[in-house]
Design a binder for this molecule. Sequence first.
Ligand SMILES: [Zn+2]
Length: 131
Amino acid sequence: MELSKTFHFDMAHRLSFHTGKCRNLHGHSYRLEVTLEGEPDANGMLIDFHEMKRIVHEHVVDILDHATVIYEKDRLLMDSFPKELHHVIFPYEVTAENLCRWTFERLLNAGLTIKQVVIWETADSKAVYTK
Ligand SMILES: [Zn+2]
């Protein structure tokens, strides 16, 4: 059995390696779909959707929403970003692909029986990370 839930968050980033417009600090309204797998319990439930929402918010959405996510080797932002503003330091470039992998690993570590994470950076562009 698979169970999916969709979330939304707004986040700013830039790609320090990029030579086009993505090198500029900008934001997206991301859509996140989390899919769990497992067998339903005696009540026919894999996980309470409310509990799934709580865990995904605590470990991912509340951290990223309205944050600026900064690659730790991006000297331009690391040296100049106002530290009193909400920001998150990433160990790698903040691409949709890496965001997807980061989300998958955090939810796995949070104890969810995660199967897949999909992140839409725009309405027609997404990254998929599957176990
Ligand atoms: Zn972008």
